[in-house]
Ligand binder design. Sequence first.
Ligand code: HEM
Length: 492
Amino acid sequence: MMVLTTQSILCTIFGIFISQTLYRILSRLYLHPLRKFPGPILAAITGWYRFYFDIVANGQYIFHIHDLETTYNSRIIRVSHNHLHINDPDFYHEVFKPGTAFHRDPAFYTSLPFSNSVASLTDFHHHSLRRKKLNPAFTPSAVQSSLSTLITNIEDIGETLSRACRDGRPLNIQRLFVYLSVSKRFNFSSPELLLPRETHQPPPPVLLQWIVPGYVRMRKVQGPPPPPASHEPEPLTPANSKYCASNLASIQEGREQAHRDSNPDKRTLCDILLADGAESTSTEDFIDEAVLFMFAGADTTSYALANAVYYLLSSPRVLQTLQRELQGVDAQMRAHDWAAVRRLRYLSAVIDETLRISCPAPGVLPRIVPQGGCVIAGLGFIPGGTTISTSHSSISRNATIFRNPRIYQPERWLSEESNGLDHWKVQFSKGPYACIGMKLAQMEMTMALAYLFNRFELALYETDAESMRVSDWIVAANREPVRVRVVRDAWG
Ligand code: HEM
């Protein structure tokens, strides 16, 4: 009779594990329907390949994929056992379009640290309901009604720059842009809730500032909210909590005021989420939306604005052209008539070019190929159920769309040959999952850049191409923040 020793049991378990692993490896390499597509063997075998480039190599996965396209001389790369990255502009518009059959990959989106938010919902119907609920905060009139708050924030930043000019000290302008976007975002049309102007202290506890009324009202939340996904999360320090607590009364008052207000454009995101509607908002949904909006709205816009500053200050000819255009509306801007700024064509081209070259959401946004599969011209058949991605950074750097894609050239959006380039303004994505905050972000960028480059003469401070090297943390992040010296204050 066979005696089962501990050793023989362990050996058997180990043997089963090894044979299962071997079977998985061999089937991924030789039996899998994606085996015909080029890509690194390791990527086809194991998810640790992606982990390495995402985590160990600091958000380099998407840029590594672009390198692989050159290595394998292929527009389609097998980047994991069931995932293809496809760099094909026509296919991009097949995936990212209204009524698309390619929906979000649950494995990726539900793993985000705000899995109950609109940005993570993978069920198309559920997502549409949430989107409908949030839409009122982003209608053209709602965005327009937040202009005065935005101007106040921009002028606050202007005061900080003016002081830095007098003191001769450099400053981290990228961080100031976080105040600009965040403080308004979470307090739509509630300027009284902003950080007291005179302090100019580190950012307010934006996350808590927004959700605390929810804590108070719902009285259900247990423990602290999950950490934001941002690369540089605003710390939820005790000092921030204290600030929040001391401002609680005014925050509440602001919300109650907004409730009393008959103008629907005056409601905050908080009000909108808590309103009764077709889709009720649970505590989890509420917190996750707060976490999402904190980074989706702030990190993207501040990154894009910081890139605009970097590229403008590195391109004297472009800067001069912009400044000439801004001089034409100087009188209006000093008189707080901002409507004229919106009509500035070169400024608008600067923003389009900055978004293209900096690409705030550069990475894989995976979608699932619908049942029945799909055929991509010149690339072959892809079976249903495959995860595919076709990233915005592929479009940005595509030389068949953009001549000399590595060069910062706003004129490309204005020239004769730019007819048709609008089709490639894709940085906010397209289709049902496209960015809800696009109009808001565009308004913020337009007003902030017009104000800064009309009023101030700036110079880069300890910021160079190395500082601007990018990591992809769902939202792009440059290695070091953009810092400037304020050389002249024309209004001072
Ligand atoms: C330069 C600025 C911005 C860029 C380039 C940008 C880009 C994007 C992109 C590419 C997506 C699609 C992600 C996907 O397919 O999974 C997205 C989604 C989203 N963005 Fe933005 N964004 C910007 C600013 C903003 C702002 C200012 C807000 C809010 C105040 C915002 C809120 C959102 C939300 C909530 C989603 C998820 C939409 C949904 O799932 O229906 N974004 N953004």
